[in-house]
Write a protein that binds this ligand. Structure first.
Ligand code: IYR
Length: 269
């Protein structure tokens, strides 16, 4: 049984509640043969208070060859990911973004505080307001705020203050970082490693959207406080970035950039 102990806080009773099999309880899904994972807010992963119950870990141990195959397949999938700036207005099938957000919400976080909020915008009028506010910031950035060194570093991307994709793309996800959350008493408590946690969850989200067949752009107008106002988010939440989500425009081109070989980004000790 779940006990609500305060706004957004859930405490699990100490009696384990595992379903007999994944099919017996719709909130549980199959990760792979024999591995049941809780998908919805079943208490596992929510904001527990105090020491929680322990449950056995479902961890399917793969054969060595399958591990290699899967690692290679994921590498190929991720190698296909490109940041897109020209979006088609094609709508995203129902449920895709929602499932990807659920995947993002499975990211690890400091003290499992899950210090993130993803505000998804699909309404044309709200997208327009965001575009107008973002372009105002961007004009200042490109005309005066950005040092020449920064503009030089960006030159190869061909970006400017015009952000039509903020209206063309079918969805935007504004990602907010919570530097504090409410304790069961209602008192604000500090979150730990919120920047790292939100970065990891954002990575999960980008990977999930990509493997679901969607393109993204990590857009970072600066400053972004206008997002709190337009989306009605509290001032305690820091807007981190705007993820633009959709399909590339037909004939979309991307800069011919390359990624460093893995030998250059990793070392073994
Ligand atoms: N926010 C600006 C500038 C910009 C900054 C970085 I760092 C980029 O990788 C790309 C663009 C813009 O969105 O145009």
């Amino acid at each position: 049984m779940q006990l609500r102990t305060g706004p957004g806080w859930i405490r699990r009773s100490l009696r384990p509640e595992r379903p007999a099999s994944p099919g017996d309880f719709p909130a549980w899904g199959r990760l792979s043969e024999g591995a049941a994972i809780p998908l919805a807010d079943s208490g596992v992963g929510s904001r527990n208070v105090g020491m929680t119950e322990r449950v056995p870990l479902d961890f399917p141990r793969l054969r060595d060859d399958e591990m290699c195959a899967r690692a290679g397949e994921f590498r190929e999938t991720m190698a296909q990911r490109r940041t897109v700036r020209d979006f088609s207005p094609d709508p995203i099938p129902e449920g895709v973004v929602e499932a990807c957000l659920e995947a993002a919400g499975r990211a690890p976080s400091g003290a499992n505080q899950q210090p993130w909020h993803f505000a998804v915008v699909r309404d044309a009028k709200v997208k327009r307001r965001i575009r107008e506010a973002a372009e105002e910031e961007e004009r200042e950035f490109y005309e005066s705020r950005a040092p020449q060194e920064w503009l030089d570093a960006l030159a190869h991307l061909g970006t400017d203050a015009e952000k039509p994709f903020l209206e063309t793309a079918p969805a935007l996800s504004a990602i907010f970082q919570k530097n504090q959350i409410a304790a069961p008493s209602g008192e604000p408590v500090k979150t730990y490693y919120p920047t790292e946690s939100v970065g990891i969850a954002t990575g999960f989200l980008i990977a999930a959207l990509h493997q679901a067949g969607l393109a993204t752009l990590t857009h970072t107008p600066s400053p972004k406080k206008f997002l709190n106002e337009i989306l009605g988010r509290p001032s305690t939440e820091k807007p981190v970035l705007l993820l633009v989500v959709g399909f590339p425009e037909v004939g979309c081109e991307v800069p011919a950039i390359s990624k460093l070989p893995w030998e250059e980004i990793a070392s073994f000790h």
